[in-house]
Every structure is written in C-alpha cells, then in structure tokens.
Write a protein that binds this ligand. Structure first.
Ligand code: GDP
Ligand code: MG
Length: 598
C-alpha cells in the first residue's frame, strides 16, 4: 500500500461511551477478525482491563479496507488507554496518528474525559471526526449532543456520523470517513529513520515488544537501531505488523505502524515516547515530546507474612520489566518489617499493580495509605522530596513545605453545581471558572491539591451528583502550604505507617476523625489501648479501646467440633491481613482509614 493510502487514527471517548465496541466493529467489518474469533472487546486484551471495563494497555490493529473508490487502504487503529493516570501514553499514541474518531454517547453527551482527550488530539494537530454513538438507545438526544460538540469543542457537525456500535449501524460510513477525512502520513521516505515508540510490553519469548510508527525513512529486520533518548542499541530480531495478531515483515516504511523485538530486557530500555533510529545513519534530532514520567502517588507494600519478602521483590521486578512507570525501593519500618515503598502514576495504576501482585503472584499484602510527593526545605537549606509522611522532619527543622496541585475540571448538569462547589471548597479547592456547556450543563474548574483528589474525591463527586458528574485533572505544579505531620500513637508507641501530612487548618478535624475510625477498626485486645493523634508533642485527639477477653469458643456449647474448627479457621483468616504495631494487631482496613474520613 502506498503512503497515500495509509490512515493512522485512534478512537477517543469518555469511559463507557463505546470506544472498544466501535473498535471491535471496525475489525469485524474489515474482516480483520472473523466473527467466530471475536472475543468480546478484542482490543482490551488483559483480564483486569476487561473486568474493570477500562483500557490500560494500548493495542493496535492494522485493517485492510477496500473503499467505495475501489482503492485498497491500510487503516491503522491505535488504541489509547482511557484513564487520567496514563495521559502521557495517550499523548504519545495520538502523536503516532493523523486523525482521531471522537466517540460521544448520544444519551449522555460531552463529559470531562471527552474534553480532556479532545484537547490532547487537537494539540497533536489531529483531524478530529465526531461520532454520535448509541443512537439506538431510547434516551439518545442527538440534537442536544450535536449542539454540545459544536458549541464546546467547536467541531463542525454538519455531516456528523450517527452510529450504533452495538447494532453495527454506521460502521461502513465510519470507515469511509476515515479514508476521506483523515490525512495520509507525510512522505519522508528519503530521510534517516525515525520511529516513535507509543507502547512497549514485555513478552517472555521475544523480550520487550515495542509498537512504533515510522515517521521518516524505513526500518528492516536485522538493522542495528539506537533508542535516541536512552542511548541503548539493539539488532532487530523481528519486525512486523499487528493484524491484530503478529505478522512478520522484512521492512516497514515511512507512515507505517508496526512492532519490533530485539531481546530487550526491560521496558525501561525502550520507553514510550523514545525515537528509534539507525545506528549507522542516525537522525539529527529525536521526535519531540519524550518524557521520563515520574510517579505521583506512593504507598508502602508489605508482605503479610514476612517470609514472603523475597517473593515480593521478585514479583515487583517482573512487573517492572513491563511497566516503566512503576518504581520501588526497600522500606524498613519497625512497625511493619521489611517491604517496599512503591511509586505509581495515580490511584488506578496503584490498584492495578496491587491486584496483579495478589492475583498473578499470589501475594498477601498489607498496603499503607497512598500519599503524594511533598517537597520540604529544611533549616539547612536542603530541599527534600518526601514520599512517606513519617519522613517529614520535625517542625523546628522545616523552613517550608510544598505539595502538588492539579487543575480539576468537573462536568455536570447544572442542578449539581452547588453540591460540587461545596465538595471542592471543602477539599481546599480554589475556584477558577465556571462555564456553561449548554443551557443545562456546566463545567467547573478548580485548582486543588492533588492530595485531596487522590482520596475519595471521585466517589464523593459521584454520590453528590447522583452519578451524573465526571472529572479530569492535570498536574500543574507545586505550591507552598501550611502543612503539618499528623502522627498516630497506638498504646503509646508511634505508628509510622499511619502518619499523614495535612493542612494545619484541618489537622484537628482529621486527627479526631482518624482516631475515631481507628477505634472502630482495631479489634479489642486483652489490654486497654489508647490511640492518639499528635502534631509534634501536642496531642490533638485521643480515644481508648477498652480491653476484651476474646473467648470465641464460649459460643459453641456442646461438643460440635466441626463448628469449633470452622470458627477457628475463620478467625485465622481474619488475622491474615494484620500487622502488629507494638503489641497491637492492626488490620489492613486501619491503614487505609485516612482515605475516607468523611
Ligand atoms: P469504552 O469504555 O468506551 O471502551 O466503552 P465500551 O465499548 O466498553 O462500551 C460500554 C458499554 O456500552 C458496553 O456495555 C457496550 O455494550 C455499550 N455500548 C457500546 N456501544 C453501544 C451502542 O451503540 N448502543 C448501545 N445500546 N450500547 C452500546
Ligand atoms: Mg474500552
């Protein structure tokens, strides 16, 4: 296929608006995948993704399509992850395209993620083709949604595509629109090789498999290539296209999309956003936009059984081969024993890693509450980066502390504006702007500390808007604030894993709620247990757990042994995810207590 007949595009949408369903339909219609081989939602290939209904890892597929003009086209669909944690990856896959299909659910309308994604696509200079999906639904309101797309995003909707991905309606029209409206790639065949890596994952047999888009020159099997940002060099064992299964080829030319394998050991060596060039004829400049993404959220991961420490280390190492954004370092803690302090792009990323460790590696973990990364200048003039609240130096040794802020956009029907304003104000949000999207829907913009957003903010947003609001955010930078370290003492001993950083003004309220919650969560012991929240030496709140002599077998009068056994087993199960802080057994839930104090 000549360059003029290649189309590289992605599909962008708010979650649940039908991106995966539409992708499946395009694969079916072009006979890239036969109906009988179609696992529902082919593009979301990972189990966890399918269960959660979100796309995390990218997948591409090349489709061959003979258009109504009689010509054969190669359509490369580049899937994008659909979550704020992975914005950088989204931006790199969009950079590999010339166009994007913007899918909007006709019964819902424009949502926060629709906007965030469309701005990324426009920034990447893509041709954005709006699509109304789910027109089969009785609640579809095409006219209203068209107005939203025209007024908010400013896209011409005069010949908007009306689709039901579920029913397979409007799919051919969509393919024709891709052919006629998405521009072909620029022809830079005469230049030295440059190819943009937009995804990489670890494969046990091939090593890291990178997906890339050739922007200049060509790439062949056997070439010795250099990753321009990491400087690593490799001889290519294999290149090919995903159709959507791997099909080996000898050469890929400018404009084409494919994969390469070269026994690369870890995704760290072939990062998303890096530029592949030839060692013998390197390009002068790498492609723009490469970033070494930094974790924004940290937590401690500790094996429930300390004998599993080595296994946890190995499991994290294996996950990291496949996940350049995951960071970990050993953490030793007198309370928790040996574990790891792990860094993640965001909360979803954190949950996914925890789930993989538990499911795929069979680990039993105790996890401490997530925290953002703080900056602190000490009286010595040193600026520290702090990813663990108990590392915050005492007040007399601090000049200032700063925390990351985000620009938060909430989209909701106007009747919920008051509720959402309240929510953001309670969480230290600073109002920036309110815009009417249409006469019934608004977008609210706030600057707010990331720490406030990574707790239960999303759940609260949903409950205060009956599920109608959506949100997106992006990190804007650090700001100094009056932050304090709130420490917890259990039975007189400092419980480092329960320490939190919070604003001075809310320290009293948080301390009170936290000790109250801990009192509920920590089981009674044989002795009296005082729980205190302190700032420095000052106790801001305290509670006491009364002693209790546990005698669970007393309930089983008579000699029913099997029942007794069951009860004992049950108790052992409940004990599993406990950690002894001093003499007190503390369950997993207590380590997360600070996340939902409201
Ligand atoms: P994604 O999160 O954007 O990938 O959305 P999915 O493709 O997973 O779709 C979300 C839900 O909407 C699924 O239950 C789909 O079956 C459903 N869905 C997708 N397209 C349509 C459509 O055209 N009509 C109807 N009624 N449901 C649809
Ligand atoms: Mg999906």
């Amino acid at each position: 296929v000549p360059v003029s007949n290649i189309r590289n595009f992605s599909i962008i949408a708010h979650i649940d608006h039908g991106k995966s369903t539409l992708a499946d339909q395009l694969l079916l219609k072009t006979k890239t995948v036969a109906e009988r081989d179609m696992v529902e939602q082919f593009m979301d290939s990972n189990d966890i993704e399918r269960e959660r209904g979100i796309t995390i890892k990218l997948n591409t597929a090349r489709m061959k399509y003979t258009a109504k003009d009689g010509q054969l086209y190669a359509l490369n669909l580049i899937d994008t992850p659909g979550h704020v944690d992975f914005t950088y990856e989204v931006s790199r896959s969009l950079a590999a395209c010339e166009g994007a299909l913007l899918v909007v659910d006709a019964s819902q309308g424009v949502e926060a993620q629709t906007l965030a994604n469309v701005w990324l696509a426009l920034e990447a200079d893509l041709e954005v083709i709006p699509i109304l999906n789910k027109i089969d639904l009785p609640g579809a309101d095409c006219e209203r949604v068209i107005r939203e797309i025209e007024e908010i995003i400013g896209l011409d909707c005069s010949n908007i595509l009306q689709v039901s991905a579920k029913m397979g309606l409007g799919i051919e029209e969509t393919l024709e629109a891709i052919v006629h409206r998405v521009p072909p790639p620029k022809n830079n065949i005469g230049s030295n090789l440059r190819a943009l890596i937009f995804d990489s994952y670890y494969d046990a047999y091939r090593g890291v498999v990178c997906q890339f888009r050739v922007t200049d020159g060509s790439i062949s099997k056997g070439d010795v290539v250099r990753m321009m940002n990491t400087g690593k060099e490799y001889q290519l064992d294999e290149i090919g296209v995903l159709a959507p299964h791997k099909v080996e080829v000898d050469t890929l030319y400018c404009g084409e999309v494919g994969y390469l394998a070269a026994q690369i050991k870890s995704v760290k060596d072939a990062r998303v956003g890096d530029t592949v060039t030839q060692k013998s004829a390197p390009a002068a400049e790498p492609l723009a936009g490469y970033q070494d993404v930094q974790p924004m959220v940290y937590c401690g991961l500790f094996p429930t059984n300390s004998d599993d420490y080595q296994d946890l280390r190995e499991a994290l190492g294996k996950l990291q081969l496949n996940d350049a954004a995951l960071k970990y370092e050993p953490e030793v803690n007198n309370a928790m024993g040996f574990g790891f302090r792990c860094g993640f792009l965001g909360l979803l990323h954190m949950e996914i890693v925890q789930e993989r460790l538990e499911r795929e590696y069979d680990m039993d973990l105790v996890t401490t509450a997530p925290t953002v990364v703080y900056e602190c200048m000490t009286t010595d003039g040193e600026v520290m980066t702090i990813n663990c609240p108990s590392d915050v130096p005492e007040a007399s040794k601090r000049e200032w502390m700063a925390e990351p802020y985000v620009r938060l956009e909430m989209v909701a029907p106007k009747e919920y504006v008051g509720n959402l304003m309240d929510l953001a104000n309670n969480r230290r949000g600073e109002f920036v702007e309110m815009k009417y999207l249409t006469d019934s829907r608004t977008t609210l913009i706030f600057d707010i500390p990331l720490a406030e957003v990574v707790t239960d903010y999303f759940d609260e947003l949903k409950s205060r808007s009956k599920g109608y609001a959506s949100m997106e955010y992006k990190i804007t930078g650090y700001r100094k604030n009056e932050l304090v370290k709130l420490e917890v003492r259990i039975n007189g001993e400092p419980a480092d894993p329960l320490a939190v950083v919070c604003h001075r003004d809310s320290a009293y309220k948080i301390g009170k709620a936290l000790v109250h919650k801990l009192k509920e969560l920590i089981p009674r012991q044989m002795f009296k247990v005082p729980i205190q929240a302190c700032i420095g030496v000052k106790v801001v709140a305290s509670e006491t757990i009364a002693p209790y002599r546990k005698d669970v077998l007393a309930k089983c009068y008579g000699g029913d042994m099997s029942r007794k056994k069951k009860l004992l087993n049950k108790q052992a199960e409940g004990k599993k995810r406990m950690k002894a802080l001093g003499k007190v057994e503390v369950p997993q839930a207590a380590f997360m207590a600070v996340l939902n104090l409201n």
